[in-house]
Ligand binder design. Structure first.
Ligand code: TYC
Length: 102
């Protein structure tokens, strides 16, 4: 009892795991009708991006079909998507904004 290989001699290290909340990518999708200036305005207004950054991301979406505009916690991502979708709908533009777990 207590010799090599017995339970008492086996050291089990338990790594403390820090739980981080999952993050969500918020993406803008391209369409043929939403004016470019409107998309730039949306990015400035709801994502706090500079005009230059907003223009760049808008062009990426226009050329590639979609782009990640930011990464947020679930609640914030959900709010951004709702704000953009509501703003686009109120202006009668078909702009689509979605979120996806990172
Ligand atoms: N493709 C649109 C146009 O040519 C511009 C646009 C860019 C629309 C990004 C949506 O998420 C978008 N007017």
């Amino acid at each position: 009892p207590g010799g090599p290989g017995s339970d008492a001699s086996v050291l089990t290290k338990t790594k403390p795991k820090t739980q981080r909340p999952p993050l969500y990518k918020v993406m803008l999708l391209n369409d043929d009708y939403t004016p470019m200036e409107f998309v730039v305005h949306v990015l400035e207004r709801f994502f706090g991006l500079s005009h230059a950054q907003s223009f760049e991301i808008m062009l990426t979406v226009h050329k590639k079909g979609l782009a990640v505009v930011g990464v947020f916690s679930y609640e914030i991502a959900e709010t951004k998507v709702a704000q953009v979708m509501d703003f686009a709908r109120r202006h009668q533009h078909p702009l689509q904004c979605t979120m996806e777990k990172e």
